[in-house]
Each structure stands twice: as C-alpha cells, then as structure tokens.
Design a protein around this ligand. Sequence first.
Ligand code: F6P
Length: 543
Amino acid sequence: MAETFSDSPAWQALRRHHATVRDLQLRELFATDADRVERLTFEAGDIHADLSKHRVTAETLALLLALADERGVASRRDAMFRGEHVNSTEDRPALHIALRLPRERSLVVDGRDVVREVHEVLDRMRAFSEQVRSGEWRGHTGRRIRAVVNIGIGGSDLGPAMAYGALRAYSDRDIAFRFVSNVDGADLLEAVRDLDPETTMAIVSSKTFTTVETMTNAASFKEWLLEGLGGERTAVAKHVVAVSTNLDAVAAFGIDPSNAFGFWDWVGGRYSMDSAIGLSTMIAIGPEGFGDLLAGFHAVDRHFAEAPPERNLPLLMGLLGIWYRDFFDWQTHAVLPYEQYLARFPAYLQQLVMESNGKRVTLAGTAVDVDTAPVVWGEPGTNGQHSFHQLLHQGTALVPCDIVAFASPVEPLGRHHDLLLANALAQAQALAFGRTKDELRAAGVPDRLVPHKQMPGNRPTTFLLLPRLTPFALGSLVALYEHVTFTQGAVWGIDSFDQWGVELGKELAVKLAPVIAGDEAPEQLDGSTAALVERIRRLRDEG
Ligand code: F6P
C-alpha cells in the first residue's frame, strides 16, 4: 500500500499553488519585485547562493517550508546529528557529520565517543601522510614513493578521485596520483603502465573489503608489484596500505594491520571522502589542507543545523528540487561547474544523489506515491555550452541547473577567468530571461528565423559563487549537497543511506563470471543472456 503523503495538507496546498504559478515568468517576477535578489540570496560556509532565478514566489517558499515542517525534516536532521539510527534498514547511524567535528567536541553514540575515535584515525593518517610526503617512508628497495594508486570503487573512488582533481593545484606535484576503480583490466593497466613498482604505493580503499572490483584490482596490483620487485612477499608491507571498516579482511588479504586505517559502519560509502577514505587526498594536499577541507564541511554542517529554515541553504535547495521534481515533473537536474578542476564533481554527485535517493519505498517499506531523485548529470562549463546546452535553452525537457563558479581562479592565466565567469553569468541570464520574438524582430531577424532563434527562457538556475576553489570551499560544497540530498530524502520519507538496489546485479555477475569462462550455468539462463554468453564464447573462439 502506498503511503499517500501526497494527500497531506502541505502537499495539496503546494499542488493548488503550483496550478496558479506554473506559468509565471522569471521576467515578470524580476520586474515586479525589487527586493527579490536580496531576499533570495544566501550564505553558508564559503558559499554565496543566488536562488533568485527560481520559479518561486514568497508564497512558494512558505509552502515548501510548511512541507518540510509537516514531513519532520528538522527533527530527522537533529536525529542524524545526534547519531540516532536514521539508516533504519541497516539499523545504524549516518554520522558523516562526526567526521569533521573539531577535536575538542565529543559525541557519544552507542556508548562510544566517536569524535575521539575519528581524531585517533586522523592522527595516524597525518603521521603516515607526512612520512610519505617527506620521503621518510621508503619502498622495499629503499627508494621514496613517487606514485600513489587509490584502488576502490563507488564512494571509495569517486570522492578521492574528485577531491584530487579539485585540489591538485594544492598537491605535492612530485607524487603522481592515480585512481583505479573499474574491474575492466584496462583501468589498472593504464594506471600503472608508466609507473615503477619500486616507487609506487597502492591504497586499497573499500569499506567492506569484499567488493569484487576492488579485490580483483588489488590482487592484480599485488602481482604487478611483486613481479617488479623480484617476487619478495615482504615488499607488500611497504607498498600496499588499506582503508576499511573490515580490518580482519584487510589482514587476510596480507596487508599489515599497522598499515590499515579504519573507519566505521556509520559512514556511508558516498559520505566517506572525509574519512580515512580520504587518505590519498591527505597525502596529496597535506594534513593541513585536509584540515581545511574538514573545516569547510563543518562550517556547512553548522549552518544546516543552526540556520533558521527561511535562511537555511541546504534545506531551501533541497525543497526547490522537490518543487521541480514533484510539482513540475522535471526529471533531471544538471550541475555545471565553471571550474575545470571540478570536472568529476557531477559524477561524484550522481552517486551521492542517485544512490541515496533513487528509492521507491518509504522507511516503513510502503511505496512512495510521488517521484523521488532526479537523474543528476553535468559537465564543466564552458565545454557543455558547445554540446548539450542547446537542449537546456530550447529543448522540450526542462532541466533546473546549478552553476558553480569561483570569483578568482586557482591558477591565474591572462583573461581566461574573466571569460569563464562571463560565460557562467551569461548562461544563467539566457536560461532565465531568454530572448523574445519582439526583441528578435527589433534586431532585424527575418520572420522565418524568429521561431528558431526565440529563446523561451524561464529556465531556473541556482548560482553558487565562492571566492576560490580551496580545500575549505570544496568541503563546504560537498557538505551542502550532502544536506540537500538529506533534505529531499527526509521529505520523501525514504532511507537515503542504504543501497539495496545494487545488490542483485552484483549477485548475478558473480554467478555469470564462471559461465563466461566456460563453466555450465548453475541454473537455466534466460534466453537473451544465454544467447549473449553463447555469442561471447563463439567470438572468443574465433579469436
Ligand atoms: O555500489 C555499491 C557500493 O556499496 C557503494 O555504496 C560503495 O560506495 C561501493 O559499493 C564500494 O563499496 P566498498 O567501499 O565497500 O568497496
């Protein structure tokens, strides 16, 4: 049976309101409301957010906040911050906010002070990172480490890979960083092909230490290493470290427990880049930089916990997402960083949002009777402008966009950054206000081209502006999206912290791998899969 919260008073009020405002034009809203920009501009951590180009009135926001109230978003947030078991299907807290609590704080959860435990691990990470960065840590043959390969997948890859990409200008340029995730052997082979085993270290990052892709890549890395180092198994201790919650499995894999960095089951994979999973980040940017990253996260955590609802940026952005997904029925959401260093940010957000909120049942196990997470996608500007922005401007599908921009560049180069920012602003302008037929005619556009050149506008954007992409700024941004995702999950009444939907595919793949290699299928395969297996075998036989 569906939990019909779409019948609730707040939802119904929004439905009625939507019918009256859905055709309102941003041009009109700006023309009739002098204070709009001031009222709809927000600050959180390093983030300045302009929400004025959204298709909302003051009443829309009031009604959305009433929905958040009705759905108990604030009390669920407080429960999360206290360490209650908000991840109910796995019966555990979702306590990523504890990963960035300052050392002097304490938070006792299930009888343990998690802040003390977090800082113990941070201290070990710090000592280890300093050894690697200073060259004190030596490989098996006595040479210093010049390449770090993070082996992990999902949250154990996307966070570290995105963070390294974002912060590489702050990184130790004498160490190369590579990220291997795909079980496709090409990923590992390409990552190590120009590396020297004597100077390479792997960080095997896996919360469970059972994920087949990571275990397969780690085993192949070990072989590559031993082959390069003359087969001496003791070499592993100097070249492979692990990050996991499953320290027994780490030891069973042959990694010295003193080279293992732990975290806890209350850190979800997609919420783990600021746990020990961030070890490669800390080696890259140094412990101080990592501290700044954590401070950025914490600043936005505090904002989310403390800012009043009507000034609470993650809450409002989350509610705007609901407005478009459930009331306008728009199915995707684009994130467009105008910052090349954030090239992997949309991919990171895909996991955060879609693995968290791609759900169809409520916490109680009943069907959600409204739509949940949008498809999240994006590419850095200005590249996207020359590919998919055509659809954003004139397509029939409407896509709310987040534009992320920085006032100053990380590395200045001539006029580049002015042009980049001008483009970011211009896109938001064009999306919101478009170009009318009259404007086109007045500019002398021939009648036959007017419909083609007309820009409908009225396409909403969030404009996030930060001073510069720093570790602090990155932490602020990630925490912002974590809490936007949380807000939406809380409104939909779903468990944003489990991911049961990925299990079946994993199970089936484990069964199919030996079949592809030539074994009999353990059970009758469906016709399509059987035919494809047959074809794979035949193609391989033919060479
Ligand atoms: O794909 C499912 C998933 O469990 C993700 O949630 C997680 O980030 C990823 O696999 C990797 O898991 P692990 O860190 O345990 O190897």
